[in-house]
Design a protein around this ligand. Structure first.
Ligand code: SAM
Length: 242
């Protein structure tokens, strides 16, 4: 059995274990994405995870688990710091009637994603190249999205400043985190107050077939935030709102 066929079977198996319902078309799109990720990763630094089972579990299934707790159908969503497309591309494969924007400051990764979008025929996804700090001040994107998601981009006090400016009042920011969440939440009180957000839920989840435990930290955007946020590019990381 070829590696790509094996990937499809393994993805179906783990999706079943996770109660995620994937259609044949979704599985085919994951297969195209997987093949392109592995091939392109030989010449470009996209991911350190290359073992087939690990890609399925730690990239595909991990990205999708949020869909067990929220229904994003018909909504708008931005993925900040999408890198090689996580969690944005798996979610875009899963939700064909959601408007996605995937943002990253590294152009070559976006070029890769652009090719994935074309091959997978994902026409409901827009890419933007640049810093979250700059686009978060741009009226076309500021406070426009029902949901913002982000994985493995920065510590929570920094991430809140990069991400919450995109979320409309009444929308949610969902951060994919690991077990360090409690400590990062403890450092985020000032950022939450300045950025008019509150912690809504902490959702622990488990990736089947592994001892891999993760947490989704979900924040509600309560009010519009001051025009001075986000601060200029680089400032949130250099001088977090502690
Ligand atoms: N989210 C992906 C994942 O989970 O695999 C990628 C994680 S990668 C470690 C972090 C990505 O965030 C990089 O591609 C980097 O270019 C991007 N990034 C970091 N800070 C950013 C910023 N201020 N604005 C836009 N992108 C940023």
């Amino acid at each position: 059995m070829g590696i790509f066929m094996e990937m499809e079977d393994y993805l179906s198996h783990v999706a079943d274990l996770s109660d995620l319902s994937l259609t044949d078309q979704m599985i085919r799109r994951f297969s195209i994405f997987y093949e392109m990720l592995i091939e392109t990763n030989k010449s470009m630094n996209l991911t350190t995870i290359t073992d087939m089972e690990e890609v399925v579990l730690k990239h595909f299934i991990d990205s999708l688990m949020v869909s067990k707790y929220f229904d994003f159908s018909g909504c708008s969503m931005i993925d900040v710091g999408t890198g090689a497309g996580f969690p944005g591309i798996p979610l875009a494969i899963f939700y064909s009637n959601t408007k996605f924007v995937l943002l990253d400051s590294l152009k070559k990764r976006l070029r890769f994603i652009d090719q994935v979008l074309e091959k997978c025929e994902l026409n409901h996804v827009t890419l933007i190249h640049g810093r979250a700090e700059d686009y978060g001040r741009d009226g076309m994107y500021r406070e426009q999205f029902d949901f913002c998601v982000s994985r493995a981009v920065a510590s929570l006090p920094v991430l809140l400043e990069l991400c919450t400016p995109f979320v409309r009042v009444g929308g949610k920011f969902i951060s994919y985190k690991s077990e360090q969440l409690a400590e990062e939440l403890g450092q985020s009180k000032n950022a939450l107050s300045i950025l008019k957000c509150e912690l809504n839920q902490e959702i622990p989840y488990h990736i089947p077939d592994t001892d891999y435990s993760r947490i989704l930290a979900v924040f509600n955007k309560k009010n519009k935030i001051g025009k001075q946020y986000p601060r200029q590019a680089g400032k949130p990381k250099r001088s977090p709102l502690l």
